[in-house]
Design a protein around this ligand. Structure first.
Ligand code: GDP
Ligand code: ZN
Length: 406
């Protein structure tokens, strides 16, 4: 690849592979005179290099230099199936940089980021909400592409008083949930354990295609997925109800399925069991009852944000911020207003079959190597569908998802 002028590449944190002052080896010296003269002049210029690039180098603190050594988003192919590993590696680097910045002062407390607010974030520390700002160095690591702290991050902070503090360190992330937004990665939340896919018996009816999409998105993001069927009051629950039959497929595949009604309260205890002690995110079509379930589990849960803003006398908080809601019975729920769709970020077409557990047995047995299981002759997956060993609707979902991926 030809070297690009520094000016155009600066915003993308490009790796500088060869320094501008690096001399050319002697044996590459050109033979004709004019070219040699040109080269000598070029060398002189290159020796002046650092001065010419003053602006650029002034920005190169030891921290940003190390940051530059990691491949920028631009260089990671969109199909890179190791996308998640790259993220985690980068997080590790952030952690190392934070450690180099100095020891965490004694008296630092631990907390979980519950909301990102202008100029900082809110942190839940043993049940108290603390308003925190970022320590200077951490702030300098913020890039256009990426926030240093995300909702769900475990952090260490120095308390200033009971309600304010300074974040000293972001602890390594266990998982990262991201979405594609304006062709970039947006970290929705960190350290989330499970995705709760909420569907309703009716109004709106169950769409298995959508469930399958969420299941794939969850597993691709390293999250456990569970399905929560709401509004069971609308189809009083004999065992043979159509929706129970639909859910049998998912139970057989090994997914956790719970049934409830936010209106009658039936099944809410099993929902508490699903959520207890974990950090969960709710997803699903609008109108399936996600808000109603949260309010039924813990009345006033979603008003918590309003309380906070009341204390700062800013009136009703009509934020669309992503927030982490602490549950009384243990655990957290991420509320993501306006974000109900998660793109299948970083998922390669050829990896898709592995997210369908029932395909696993047949993979590698098709006649053609590199069979996509969509149209090829001698496809074992298709044969299994025809023989009723794979559910046809699941196979339809696979084909549709396959088409939607790049
Ligand atoms: P969200 O968009 O997923 O947050 O859904 P909402 O919680 O706003 O609920 C959408 C509608 O479904 C509201 O009119 C609720 O009253 C209704 N609803 C929610 N849960 C239930 C339920 O268990 N049974 C019935 N019959 N209606 C429900
Ligand atoms: Zn095949």
């Amino acid at each position: 690849m030809p070297r690009m002028p520094i000016r155009t590449i600066r915003p993308f944190r490009f790796t500088r592979t060869k320094g501008p002052t690096e001399p050319m080896s002697k044996d590459k010296e050109p033979h004709d005179k004019a070219a040699r003269r040109k080269l000598r002049r070029a060398r002189k210029v290159s020796q002046r290099g650092p001065a010419r690039q003053k602006d650029w180098d002034r920005r190169l603190t030891p921290e940003t230099a190390e940051d530059l050594a990691t491949p920028p988003e631009r260089m990671i192919s969109r199909r890179d199936r190791r996308h998640r590993e790259v993220n985690l590696a980068r997080d590790l680097l952030h952690e190392q940089q934070a450690q180099q910045a100095g020891e965490v002062p004694p008296g630092a407390a631990r907390g979980v980021v519950t909301e990102i607010i202008p100029g900082g974030c809110l942190v839940d520390s043993a049940g108290t909400s603390v308003r925190c700002v970022l320590r200077g160095l951490l702030k300098s690591l913020e890039t256009r592409e990426r926030n240093v702290v995300a909702v769900g991050d475990d952090i260490l902070y120095s308390p200033l008083d009971t309600q304010a503090g300074v974040i000293e360190r972001v602890l390594p992330r266990r998982s990262v949930l991201s979405r594609k937004y304006a062709e970039r990665e947006h970290v929705v939340a960190a350290n989330i354990d499970q995705l709760v896919v909420v569907v309703s018996v009716s109004a709106p009816p169950i769409r298995t295609g959508l469930i399958d999409r969420y299941l794939v998105a969850a597993e691709n993001g390293g999250l456990r997925a569970v399905i929560l069927v709401n509004k069971i009051d609308l189809a009083p629950g004999e065992a043979g109800s159509p929706y129970r039959e639909v859910m049998r497929t998912y139970v057989d595949l090994g997914y956790g399925v719970a049934f409830c009604s936010a209106v009658t309260g039936e099944g809410l205890d099993s929902v508490r069991d699903v959520l207890r002690g974990k950090s969960s995110i709710f997803a699903g079509q609008s109108g399936t009852g996600k808000s109603s379930i949260l309010n039924a589990l813990q009345p006033g849960l979603r008003l918590r944000v309003g309380e906070i803003s009341e204390s700062t006398r800013k009136g009703i908080h009509t934020t669309t911020n992503i927030t982490l809601l602490p549950l009384e019975f243990g655990g957290y729920v991420v509320d993501t207003p306006g974000i109900r769709e998660f793109a299948l970020w970083g998922l390669a077409k050829e990896d898709l079959p592995h997210f369908f557990p029932e395909f696993e047995h047949y993979l590698g047995r098709c006649r053609l190597r590199g069979c996509t299981h969509t149209h090829e002759p001698g496809c074992e997956v298709k044969a299994a569908v025809e023989e009723g060993r794979i559910h046809p609707e699941r196979y339809d979902s696979y084909c549709r998802l396959y088409e939607s991926l790049e």
